[in-house]
Design a protein. Structure first.
Length: 114
């Protein structure tokens, strides 16, 4: 059973940056389109970025130009570089395949203070 482990979250001031990483227990990133999702009580879970096996990326309008998703095949990780963070980016961030067919991990909390 595949396990996903997200890391890199934390507390940051508005305008700051964070880099999230997602590791899988087995190699899946080169088989599926992968995505970063975030969840808040108000909005529920939404996808913010995706990357295909071929490396094509896609972003939600709310993060376009600020977030960058990437894959490190050697380390079997998916990363999310988040710049110019805003308070509305505050959420628990998860990675999963797209569509989400893998068990969800614990997520990593990102809190952006104003």
């Amino acid at each position: 059973q595949v396990q996903l482990v997200e890391s890199g979250g934390g507390l940051v001031q508005a305008g700051g940056s964070l880099r999230l990483s997602c590791a899988a227990s087995i190699t899946i990133f080169n088989r599926y389109t992968m995505g970063w999702y975030r969840q808040t009580p108000r909005k529920g879970r939404e996808m913010v970025a995706s990357i295909t096996v071929g490396g094509s990326t896609g972003y939600a309008d709310s993060v376009k130009g600020r977030f960058t998703i990437s894959r490190d095949n050697a380390k079997n990780t998916i990363n999310l570089q988040m710049n110019s963070l805003k308070p509305e980016d505050t959420a628990v961030y998860y990675c999963n395949s797209l569509p989400a067919i893998v068990n969800w991990g614990q997520g990593t909390q990102v809190t952006v203070s104003s």
